[in-house]
Design a protein around this ligand. Structure first.
Ligand SMILES: [Zn+2]
Length: 230
């Protein structure tokens, strides 16, 4: 990415700061930036953040600059902001799009103690698959559960899948539990109430199946439990 086209005082100075394994800040930066100093990945990250992803444009404009003040200041501002908002360092923080998150959320005020408690709570939740999504989930007000890839279907999905399945079952005069419907006992045509059913992932969550309406099937409790905890 940083090819010879950009060589000049700006790149020289930038490498001194961001591609220098002697820099005392490397350890702190490593908590948030992935890659290696020697391979210029920290420099690439700093440029990506300051340029909002338009590194080429940024370099064309700044390659002849005699200082890297803006680059350095912006990078440190982002890092300081992250470390102030999230007081605990978690390994999943490394390599997140902190530049984008800073731009989107830095004007909001956060209570670091509350944030820390929130992070711990979510880290203890076995139903969350995407821990890397925890940080933006919290920054954005803890509402967008899609960021977390959660294993539990929400009430609205369950209700709508139940309604659809039940309507179809009533038309065909079979059970609204698809497993009961293909069985031979008296439950073959039983219409279970919503409270008697549980949501199941058609394609297993543990194998990447989404927690979406499309991948949701309501089963009677007996059949859902027989399928095992997956
Ligand atoms: Zn059943």
């Amino acid at each position: 990415m940083l090819n010879a086209v950009y060589s000049g005082p700006f790149v020289t100075k930038a490498k001194e700061e961001f591609s220098n394994s002697q820099n005392a800040n490397i350890q702190k930066w490593s908590a948030y930036v992935s890659g290696s100093v020697n391979r210029q990945e920290f420099l690439e990250c700093a440029l990506d953040w300051v340029s909002k992803g338009n590194v080429g444009d940024y370099m064309s404009k700044h390659r002849k600059d005699k200082n890297i003040d803006e680059l350095k200041k912006y990078f440190n501002t982002v890092i300081d902001w992250v470390s102030r908002v999230f007081t605990d360092v978690e390994s999943e923080m490394r390599g997140l799009e902190w530049g984008r998150l800073y731009e989107k959320y830095h004007k909001k005020t956060y209570n670091p103690a509350k944030i820390s408690a929130g992070v711990h709570k979510l880290y203890g939740d076995p139903y969350i698959k995407n821990r890397r999504g925890i940080f933006e989930y919290i920054l954005s007000g803890s509402v967008d559960t899609k960021l977390l890839d959660i294993r539990i279907f929400d009430e609205a999905i369950k209700r709508s899948v139940y309604a659809k399945q039940t309507k179809e079952a009533e038309t065909k005069e079979i059970s609204n539990c698809p497993h009961c419907a293909i069985g031979h006992d008296t439950n073959k045509s039983k219409i279970w109430s919503f409270g008697e059913m549980e949501a199941d992932h058609v394609s297993a969550w543990s194998k990447g199946g989404a927690t979406s309406a499309k991948n949701c099937e309501m089963l009677c409790k007996t059949h859902n439990r027989a399928k095992g905890n997956r």
